[in-house]
Ligand binder design. Structure first.
Ligand SMILES: [Zn+2]
Length: 255
């Protein structure tokens, strides 16, 4: 079985987790930009992107794990100042092909500031036609998802290159109906391997990607292999498991 974890913050975890991931067959990860506090300004964000692009990719490589970097301003970590400078820098990084995707971006509370920052980043992504990894919050998920979709729509974003992540099973139908990719997070407090089984038997494996979102919250570096093991034990075919754990993300974002 081959695995690509489609949403991680491995740079916030220790070496033991990277070793576990490598041993269990995780070949690649997507690194999403996020800081677990409000950054002061441009230099903090500059260093965050540099950390991911220059240091974390190399640290992962030493464990035999390939990576692609998604850069962006997370709605929970909008800098206190110099947002315009950060946006200009994001554009430069895409221009120089230093980053492969925009993310994670989106809305947390749906404030006007969050909306503005989200929209400006979508406009950059539209210029470079990069994949977009969209965060949805734990609170008010349905209402915020509707807001996210209407913004994506009004910015003419091509839904087929958008992953809408951390979805709950009740929202999958909506996201599939607009042609976006369904991101499912297996993590304490989010989804379990059993939830993934229920989703796959209901919707099939097309347009669905699985991730651990490992970072500062309690999370499982083995979320993918553990889920694959469960699905296999319950009789899901190897081909279907491979799609949600590896091929679907690979066709959007080659690793
Ligand atoms: Zn995340």
């Amino acid at each position: 079985m081959r695995f690509i974890d489609s949403h991680t913050h491995t740079y916030l975890r220790g070496p033991e987790d990277l070793e576990l991931m490598a041993i269990s067959g995780i070949e690649g990860v997507i690194l999403c930009s996020f800081l677990p506090f409000q950054p002061h300004g441009f230099s903090t964000m500059y260093d965050l992107f540099r950390w991911l692009i220059e240091n974390e990719t190399y640290r992962l490589y030493k464990y035999g794990i390939h990576s692609r970097v998604a850069i962006g301003i997370h709605p929970k970590a909008i800098p206190e100042s110099e947002v315009k400078m950060v946006l200009d820098h994001i554009l430069t990084l895409f221009d120089n092909e230093k980053a492969s995707a925009l993310g994670e971006v989106g809305l947390e509370t749906g404030s006007k500031e969050e909306e503005d920052v989200f929209i400006q980043q979508l406009r950059i992504a539209n210029e470079y036609l990069v994949p977009i990894i969209v965060h949805t919050p734990r609170q008010n998920k349905q209402k915020i998802l509707e807001k996210i979709i209407s913004i994506l729509d009004s910015e003419n974003v091509d839904f087929s290159r958008v992953i809408i992540d951390h979805l709950t099973p009740d929202l999958i139908e909506k996201v599939k109906s607009i042609g976006a990719i369904v991101g499912l997070t297996v993590q304490p407090g989010k989804l379990t391997p059993k939830d993934i089984y229920d989703v796959i038997t209901k919707y099939g494996p097309e347009g669905i990607v699985i991730d651990s979102d490992i970072g500062v919250n309690p999370s499982d570096p083995l979320a993918l292999p553990r889920t694959a093991h469960y699905l296999s034990k319950e009789g899901v075919s190897g081909g279907d498991i491979q799609k949600i754990m590896y091929s679907n993300i690979r066709s959007l974002l080659p690793i």
